[in-house]
Design a protein around this ligand. Sequence first.
Ligand code: P6P
Length: 344
Amino acid sequence: MNRIITLDEFIIRRQKDFPFASGELSGLLRDIGVASKVINQEVNKAGLVSILGMNGSENASGEDVAKLDVFANDRMKDFLKTSGECAAIASEEEEGFIHIDQVEGKNSEYIVVFDPLDGSSNIDVNVSIGTIFAIFRRKSASTGPIEMSDFLQKGIEQVAAGYVLYGSSTMMVYTTGKGVNGFTLDPGIGEFCLSHPDMKIPQRGKYYSLNQGYYRSYSLGVQDYLRHCEKEGIGLRYIGSMVADIHRTLIKGGIFLYPETKDNPDGKLRLVYECNPMAFLVEQAGGIAITSNLTRIMEEEPTGLHQRKTIIIGSPDMVNKAAGFIESHIVEKEKNRASNVLSD
Ligand code: P6P
């Protein structure tokens, strides 16, 4: 039986991948791992304590906040504030970013963005939920204040990204730009243990994943792709929890889509702390992550912390197929526009 490799051990071993690393990034990843273990404790007993339900407030995007959202947000803030490796944080649950006072003589260069508990609408019905995070190097001078531009960097600037899935087991999956590795929490020893080394997404999968209920408001190209899936007998799997849907897509292959809809013309998922981290992971695992305008998610210029972005992500063959249907309508529209101009 292979020896267990814990998350801490793995992070330390991989630190040599960053010759100039001073251990700050490793420390940050370990702190996020600890915060997620504390969150996991509460998620696992959410039905037993009065932590279910809504807490009556709304988040920056005007969405109802569940009590467990607040708990998870507070734990992530606590651990990142005391880590000594983080200069500032931004969260789905916070309007703006939060500056972290540095310990004496320390000017941390890293900032962390996170969705503390994505899929929280599923908490009360015991469906898998998750924490999503990404780490950037600050661009502003380390001696000066953190600026909003530090948080509005493109996804290609991410130093690390990952998620924690609170499901039938609790898993942490992350990348630092040198592949993707998955760790499963062993409750017996309270450690995340390497269970999915060097994860690669299959070239194609058996499932497509999106909210079929919005079919009528999808673009003609997306509708064509859905009809293609139906014709090819590709199954629909949609949990309605991004981390769970992306995790299945990463493991089994497939495609996840949240295109523009009538209610969310820019898509529903947030670019900075949902789409970009997932795009980094899936690209590192050999997949593709684009918007429904067929632009690479990680090249998108963020314009705001809570900006929404459409997303089509997953196995290369399936994302390329979907892009082909969408592109054919873009070409058609361009042709029609050109002929209208000529006929005017
Ligand atoms: P819809 C959960 O509320 C979430 O933010 C993501 O986790 C999930 O992918 C999406 O929204 C589901 O949205 O509109 O299909 O309910």
